[in-house]
Design a protein around this ligand. Structure first.
Ligand code: HEC
Ligand code: HEC
Length: 369
């Protein structure tokens, strides 16, 4: 049997690294507190894809975009005969040619929109400044990111289905070729020039380097957190002392100013407790809360709580639909457990909430429960 060398080591390494990274990123996306890792893998995918684009313009047999089969007639014929007899293509078949281009574009769009959401919504990463200027659009960018990642996943799914169909229905060796590099038949083998080899080493090497570097340097500009911790005791001593004495110190940005006014004017009957203060302290704390209320914050939780409260006059964060949706995923028994005790013991799970930080990565569902 004559074999032809189709996929160079670098094309194959790229393919397998991309598979690993994409599986990892979709798994990690399920866990809010792994957001940093989600971003790290995202940047790595971005770099892998950028190099793949450049690779497509080098003169590498079968891997260059010029050798892709974009002919619509061929695609039609390929799809119409999907369950029938099919010929083996030396390089990419017409369907995978289109799928690869779609995956590169949607993958990059996912990465870029991801970096924008990371910046607008979380105040993190290279676009963290967008959290102050464009925070009002955070939902829009989040929707975009979701759209691109879903579309990306959809094309990946089709691509895998096609490959499996080829493998098991037509006994094609396309899947194996992406692992070992060879296809059967008498085609033109790929042979890399010195420059292309150097480029390949740079490609794979820089992706692995970026990944490791980001893991080891959390303060790196690509993932760094620009949310500043607040020292509430230094900012307003009475607020700190009074409002931390019975429960978690709620950051003022978690409620709109109307709620704070209403709460502060009714401290005698505060959720069944008497939390009353003398007039001067009350007014001073009220002013501080109003000055730092949700309306003045660019944080995701502040914006979402504002939207969720609308015109209702609730004074409980935990009564908002936003809070309830977010915590729906948590088993009720966890809130009652020894470590947590009750739902308003926010700090059991949000370790830096009393310093004004509600970062995803700080979420710890109280360990041991
Ligand atoms: C005497 C005890 C006491 C003091 C002092 C107190 N609170 Fe409370 N607070 C409670 C109780 C009890 C609840 C009901 C929830 C719970 O069981 O923790 C509550 C609930 C809240 C909630 C709603 C929590 C939710 O479920 O969303 C907010 C917000 C709040 N308090 C803010 C404040 C602020 C601001 C101060 C300072 C001015 C303050 N509290 C002082 C006892 C107190
Ligand atoms: C038992 C643990 C636990 C307790 C107690 C808890 N939370 Fe959470 N909280 C979580 C988890 C887990 C998430 C992430 C849920 C998800 O995956 O969407 C979350 C998400 C949030 C978010 C959204 C953050 C974001 O950026 O997406 C806010 C805001 C929040 N919690 C506020 C609070 C407040 C305020 C309290 C106290 C009244 C509280 N939480 C109590 C576990 C807890």
């Amino acid at each position: 049997m004559i074999k032809t060398y189709i996929w160079s080591l670098f094309t194959r390494l790229f393919h397998i690294l991309l598979i690993i990274a994409v599986c990892a990123i979709f798994l990690i996306a399920e866990f809010e507190n792994l957001l940093d890792y989600h971003a790290i893998v995202g940047y790595t995918i971005g770099l892998l894809l950028l190099f793949r684009i450049a690779w497509g313009f080098l003169d590498v047999k079968h891997s260059k975009f010029k050798d892709f089969n974009f002919n619509i007639e061929d695609l039609k014929e390929y799809l119409l005969n999907i369950f029938g007899n099919k010929k083996e293509y030396a390089g990419h078949n017409p369907a995978s040619s289109w799928a690869i281009i779609a995956m590169i574009i949607l993958g990059l769009a996912s990465v870029i929109s991801g970096v924008v959401v990371f910046g607008t919504q979380e105040g993190m990463g290279i676009l963290s400044f967008l959290n102050t200027s464009r925070y009002k659009d955070m939902d829009f960018f989040e929707d975009m990111h979701e759209f691109f990642t879903n579309a990306f996943m959809f094309v990946i799914f089709i691509h895998i289905a096609g490959a499996l169909l080829d493998r098991f229905l037509h006994n094609s060796k396309a899947v194996e070729s992406m692992i070992y590099g060879y296809k059967e038949g008498d085609g033109k083998s790929v042979k890399l020039t010195r420059f292309q080899q150097l480029f390949g080493v740079l490609w794979i090497g820089s992706a692995l380097f970026l990944f490791t570097y980001l893991l080891l340097t959390p303060s790196n500009i690509l993932i760094k957190d620009s949310n500043k911790a607040v020292d509430y005791r230094a900012e307003h001593e009475q607020f700190y002392k009074e409002c931390i004495s019975c429960h978690t110190l709620y950051p003022p940005y978690l409620l709109p100013k109307e709620s704070w006014v209403k709460m502060m004017d009714n401290l005698e009957s505060h959720f069944g407790d008497d939390a009353s203060l003398d007039e001067a302290d009350k007014n001073s704390i009220k002013d501080y809360l109003v000055k730092n209320s949700a309306q003045t914050s660019t944080k995701e939780s502040a914006q979402k709580i504002l939207k969720s409260i609308k015109n209702s006059d609730t004074i409980a964060v935990t009564k908002t639909a936003y809070w309830q949706n977010k915590h729906d995923v948590i088993d009720k028994s966890i809130f009652k457990s020894k470590k947590v005790g009750n739902i308003s013991n926010c700090k059991a799970c949000h370790k830096n909430i009393e310093r004004g930080l509600l970062n995803d990565r700080d979420i710890q569902i109280a360990k041991g429960v």
